[in-house]
Design a protein around this ligand. Structure first.
Ligand SMILES: Cc1ncc(C[n+]2csc(CCOP(=O)(O)OP(=O)(O)O)c2C)c(N)n1
Ligand SMILES: [Mg+2]
Length: 430
C-alpha cells in the first residue's frame, strides 16, 4: 500500500521497475533485479552500510530490470542512466538509516559515574525550577517564567554529548534547564530571574533572554521559532570558521509549524550546515494539544522534503537521548549536514507560571509522573546497578544546598545600577 500523496511518485518508479517497500520511516526504493545497485551508495555511506540489505531479487523481475538499467538517451544526445542514479541518490539519503542506527542501539552504555552525573544534573534542573516557581509565587520574579520540569532528560542527554564551549546551543524561552545542563552557574541564572545586576544578562533579560557567549549559549528567545534561523546562522559560522563545532537548535512542537523553520531546513540542507534541529515535543503549544494544531504529528518526518534525516527519540529516558545524540553528532560532524531529532517529552507544569493548565486532566499529568519520569527512571537504574540509596540521597542533599544558595544570592544581590539603563541599547540611524 502506498499512501495517496506518494502515488504519483510510486507510479513513476513502478514504470521503471523499481521495488517500493515500506520501511520504518517511509519507503525504500530499489531496482527490482539489480542487487549491486544499492551497494555503490552503501560503500560511500557508513550509516547505510549498517542498515539491512535489500531483499534478494526474483527471477521474474530480471528482464524488466535490464530495461530500467539500460542507459537512456538524453536530449543532448549523451547516454545517462537517469533512473539508476536517482535510485542511488534515494539510497544515499540517510533519513531511514539514522533512525535504523538508533533503533539498533537505543541506549547509551553509561558508566555508573556518568549516570550519576546525568541524575545530578536532572535533579539540579528540577529543584532549580521548583525554587524559581516558588520565588515567582512570592513576587520575586517578574514577567514571564516558563519552567522545564518534566523535560530534564532532553537537555541533559543531548548536551552531555556536546563539547562545552565549542559547540553552540540556542533555544526558546524555556531556557533555564538548557543553561544548567550546559554547566552555567545556577547563581547567575537565578539572579537573572530576580532581575539583579549579577544576573547573566545583568538583570535586564529575565527568564526568556539569557545568554552566555562564553559558553556558546545563544539564548533564550521569546519569539516562537526565531531561534531556528539564528541557529542556522551559528552553524554557518562554525562551518565558515571551520572550527568543527555543531549548533544544537531547540524548538517546540508549536514552533515546528512556522514557515521560517522550513526555510531554514532548506538552507541548512543545501549548505550542509553542522546543525541538529531538536523538536522538543512536549505535547502542547500553550493550551493547544499537538493533534489539534499539527497535521503531521511525527515531527521527525518533517525534514524529509529537504532530505534531512530524522530521528524519533524517547525524551523521557536520558540514556536513550544521549545515545541518539551520539548518532546525530557523528553524522553532522562528518560533514553530512543537518539532522532533525524529535524528542518526545512532557511538561508537568503549565505553559508558563500564569497558566492554570485546564486543557488537560490531572490524571494525564499524574500518569506521566508515575510511569515516565526521567529522574525516577535514572534513579531506578542506578539502584538496579547497585548504587546505594545513601549515595543518591547525598546528591539530592547537595543539590538542595546549591539551589538554596542560588536563591539566597538572587534575593540578596543588588539590583542593576541605574547607569545600566544606557548599556546594551542599540541606537542606529538609517
Ligand atoms: C511569533 C510568536 N507567536 C506566538 C507567540 C506566543 N506563544 C508563546 S509560546 C507559544 C507556544 C509555543 O509552543 P511550543 O513551540 O510547543 O513550545 P513549548 O512552550 O511547548 O516549549 C506561543 C504561541 C510568540 N511568543 N511568538
Ligand atoms: Mg510544546
Amino acid at each position: 500500500m502506498v499512501p495517496d500523496n506518494r502515488i504519483g511518485i510510486h507510479k513513476r518508479f513502478a514504470d521503471a521497475d523499481l521495488r517500493c517497500e515500506p520501511v520504518a520511516l517511509g519507503y525504500r526504493l530499489t531496482l527490482r533485479s539489480d542487487p549491486t545497485e544499492p551497494e555503490a551508495a552503501r560503500k560511500g555511506n557508513p550509516d547505510l552500510a549498517k542498515s539491512p540489505r535489500p531483499r534478494a531479487n526474483t527471477p521474474a523481475a530480471k528482464p524488466a530490470a535490464k530495461r530500467a538499467a539500460r542507459p537512456t538517451a538524453t536530449a543532448s544526445g549523451s547516454a545517462e542512466p537517469i533512473i539508476a542514479s536517482s535510485v542511488a541518490d534515494e539510497a544515499a539519503f540517510a533519513l531511514r538509516s539514522l533512525q535504523q542506527a538508533h533503533a539498533n542501539n537505543k541506549r547509551y552504555d553509561a558508566s555508573d559515574e556518568e549516570l550519576l552525573k546525568f541524575y545530578e544534573q536532572m535533579v539540579l534542573i528540577r529543584r532549580f525550577e521548583e525554587k524559581a516557581g516558588q520565588l515567582y509565587g512570592l513576587g520575586l520574579i517578574g514577567g514571564f517564567c516558563h519552567l522545564y520540569i518534566g523535560q530534564e532528560a532532553v537537555a541533559v542527554g543531548l548536551q552531555s554529548a556536546l563539547k562545552e564551549g565549542h559547540d553552540s546551543v540556542i533555544t526558546g524561552y524555556r531556557d533555564h534547564g538548557h543553561m544548567l545542563a550546559y554547566g552555567i552557574d545556577p547563581k547567575v541564572i537565578m539572579a537573572e530571574l530576580t532581575g539583579r545586576g549579577a544576573g547573566i544578562s545583568r538583570g535586564k533579560g529575565g527568564s526568556m533572554h539569557m545568554f552566555s557567549t562564553e559558553h556558546k549559549f545563544y539564548g533564550g528567545h521569546g519569539i516562537v521559532g526565531a531561534q531556528v534561523p539564528l541557529g542556522a546562522g551559528l552553524a554557518f559560522a562554525h562551518k565558515y570558521r571551520n572550527d568543527g563545532g555543531v549548533c544544537m537548535a531547540y524548538f517546540g512542537d508549536g514552533a515546528s509549524n512556522q514557515g521560517q523553520v522550513y526555510e531554514t531546513f532548506n538552507m541548512a540542507a543545501l549548505w550542509k550546515l553542522p546543525i541538529i534541529f531538536v523538536v522538543e515535543n512536549n505535547g502542547y503549544a500553550m493550551g493547544t494539544a499537538v493533534k489539534r494544531g499539527s497535521a503531521e504529528t511525527h515531527f521527525y518526518r518533517r525534514g524529509t522534503a529537504f532530505r534531512i534525516p530524522g530521528m524519533d527519540v524517547n525524551g523521557m529516558d536520558v540514556l536513550e537521548v544521549r545515545q541518539a545524540a551520539e548518532v546525530a553528532l557523528e553524522y553532522v560532524r562528518a560533514g553530512n549536514g543537518p539532522v532533525l531529532m524529535e524528542l518526545k517529552t512532557y511538561r508537568y507544569r503549565g505553559h508558563s507560571m500564569s497558566d492554570p493548565a485546564k486543557y488537560r486532566s490531572r490524571e494525564e499529568v499524574q500518569e506521566m509522573r508515575d510511569n515516565h519520569d526521567p529522574i525516577e527512571g535514572a534513579k531506578a537504574e542506578l539502584l538496579k546497578r547497585g548504587v546505594t540509596e545513601e549515595k543518591i540521597k547525598e546528591i539530592d542533599k547537595r543539590i538542595r544546598q546549591v539551589v538554596a544558595e542560588s536563591a539566597d544570592f538572587a534575593e540578596t544581590s543588588p539590583e542593576p545600577d541605574v547607569a545600566e539603563l544606557y548599556t546594551d541599547v542599540l541606537v542606529e540611524t538609517y
